[in-house]
Write a protein that binds this ligand. Structure first.
Ligand SMILES: [Zn+2]
Length: 239
């Protein structure tokens, strides 16, 4: 009996150890475990910060974010989902017309790119890029995978296709930060030159929190003397 219990415990421990590599990359951006060749922050000592908005466009929240950005004269980068862009083309055009950068976040936002074939991923990215070029009239070749999930094979393919892969150094959205105030605090406490901040403007009805957090983040960091930039300096044309 006893040895059976011990054996079961051992099996559990072994399974946990085997699963560990699957878990670590999920934690990557906020815990500093880094992939090589991926951008987590801007290489600078200047007091600049890049705000990035994922999962839009959204018919309600994206325009609200645009108004806040306009009010404080802040440029930003929007990692958009291709099929949402097709659904809300006017919003994409507006984002671009106001001088923000539009970047690639796949066509359908698959929850785990590692479970997709490289062929599917390439197609996801290609379709999104087509929407960006047609609707935003931009060709930035910046890519951010859904939920930050990557592996070396996917990274290699992305680099071969000419993409710069950008994750983030701090996320406003976190289970520890359930209110706009706590979301903003999370970012403000972590702020440093070159920070890339992840905020969301789509995919759930809870993004009013991100809208409010955006206002608080901009107000506070501006007072601290930070200037906001897009990820433009990371962009390059595909050769
Ligand atoms: Zn996303």
């Amino acid at each position: 009996m006893k040895s059976g219990k011990t054996a079961r415990l051992l099996v559990k421990i072994i399974v946990l150890i085997l699963l560990l590599p699957l878990v670590i990359p999920f934690l990557t951006p906020d815990f500093g475990v880094a992939y090589s060749g991926i951008i987590y922050e801007l290489p600078t000592r200047d007091k600049i910060i890049a705000l990035t908005f994922d999962d839009g466009p959204h018919p309600v929240y994206t325009p609200q974010i645009l108004d806040i950005l306009e009010q404080y004269q802040v440029p930003a980068t929007f990692f958009m989902i291709g099929n949402r862009m097709e659904e809300y083309p006017e919003i994409v055009k507006e984002v671009s017309a106001r001088g923000h950068l539009v970047a690639n976040h796949t066509h359908t936002h698959p929850q785990n790119l590692r479970a997709e074939s490289l062929e599917n991923i390439r197609e996801e990215i290609y379709q999104c890029q087509q929407s960006i070029e047609r609707l935003a009239n931009q060709d930035t070749y910046l890519f951010r995978p859904p939920r930050g999930i990557l592996n070396p094979k996917i990274i290699k393919m992305l680099h071969k296709e000419g993409y710069t892969v950008v994750l983030w150094s701090i996320s406003a959205d976190h289970h520890d930060a359930p209110t706009p105030e706590l979301m903003a605090d999370r970012v403000i406490k972590h702020a440093h030159p070159g920070e890339i901040v992840l905020i969301h403007d789509g995919r759930t009805d809870l993004r009013w929190k991100d809208v409010e957090a955006t206002r608080l983040i901009i107000k506070n960091l501006s007072k601290q003397g930070y200037r906001f930039v897009t990820l433009e300096e990371l962009t390059r044309k595909r050769s």
